[in-house]
Design a protein around this ligand. Structure first.
Ligand SMILES: [Zn+2]
Length: 280
């Protein structure tokens, strides 16, 4: 998977800012975007107050291509200024520069963490923002509350036959406390489909800000068993060959990157020859 190191994360700016900054502003989980011809962009301003919108909370995020980035929460019910709109993060994917999109994914999680950690989970006191770390600190008992991150595995299972097949599915699940990632892969596949897998290898990872997951992708090989679907969420699970895939997940997702990787390995490119792929 592609690496993106253009963004440098920081809790506080290193120096006084004299240039315009990106402001990732949210109302609930909707992002304030500006129309710029057919594309969307993020407000880039010297001071967010220029927009005249009341701010509930603000955090510094770091720098994208040396430009400072902030995340801001806006009160409910305010009307977006002319030329701007509030849009869901998933809806702006593909219309917003990809680097800005992923910073927005960080931004929404920082705002959500601040909003949901106003009180200490141990003693109930009002927390305060730690001066130098990305943490909320309890002044009473000292407990630190860091941004939540829920690791989840996602796996593509390939079955070697004369024509290799793949189990397409959004076969994914949260890692349990005390479990390795590999154990989570084996358990999830077994629980959701009844089959056993082997040869688990790491594929890549992806932050998934809906609301605060980290998707860790794997590939695995079929070992034994028949698919038996135990819960109704996965009625789609099954073996599919590269030229007979069902509707694919969106390009944004690591699930799709796993499937595209499999297609490439089979010498097929969904970009070049979509004829064999049934699209919904
Ligand atoms: Zn406390």
């Amino acid at each position: 998977m592609e690496e993106n190191n253009k963004f440098i994360s920081r809790v506080l700016p290193l120096e006084e800012r004299s240039e315009a900054a990106w402001f990732f502003a949210f109302q609930e989980n909707k992002l304030l975007v500006q129309q710029q011809s057919s594309q969307l962009t993020i407000p880039c301003l010297l001071d967010f107050a220029e927009l005249g919108l009341p701010v509930l909370r603000q955090h510094y995020l770091g720098q994208l291509d040396r430009r400072h980035c902030y995340t801001v929460e806006l009160a409910e019910g305010i009307i977006p200024p002319e030329g701007t709109a509030f849009e869901g993060l998933r809806q702006v994917y593909g219309r917003l520069d990809e680097d800005l999109f992923w910073v927005a994914g960080r931004a929404v999680q920082i705002i959500d963490w601040d909003r949901t950690h106003q009180f200490c989970g141990r003693c109930g006191s009002h927390t305060r923002t730690h001066p130098t770390e990305r943490a909320k600190e309890c002044p009473q008992c000292g407990l630190l509350h860091f941004p939540r991150l829920a690791p989840a595995i996602i796996v593509l299972v390939a079955r070697a036959r004369r024509f290799p097949t793949v189990m397409y599915s959004t076969l994914a699940g949260f890692v349990e406390p005390g479990e390795t990632l590999e154990q989570a892969v084996v358990r999830e596949v077994k629980e959701e489909t009844g089959i056993a897998v082997k040869d688990i290898s790491y594929f890549g990872s992806q932050p998934w800000p809906f609301p605060h997951s980290l998707m860790i992708g794997f590939t695995a090989a079929y070992e034994s068993g028949e698919i038996t679907l135990e819960d109704e969420e996965n009625i789609d699970a099954g073996w599919f060959s590269a030229d007979r895939l069902p509707a694919l997940p969106g390009k944004i997702s690591i699930a799709r990157k796993l499937i595209d990787w499999f297609l490439e390995k089979q010498g097929r490119s969904p970009e070049v020859d979509p004829r064999g792929i049934k699209k919904r």
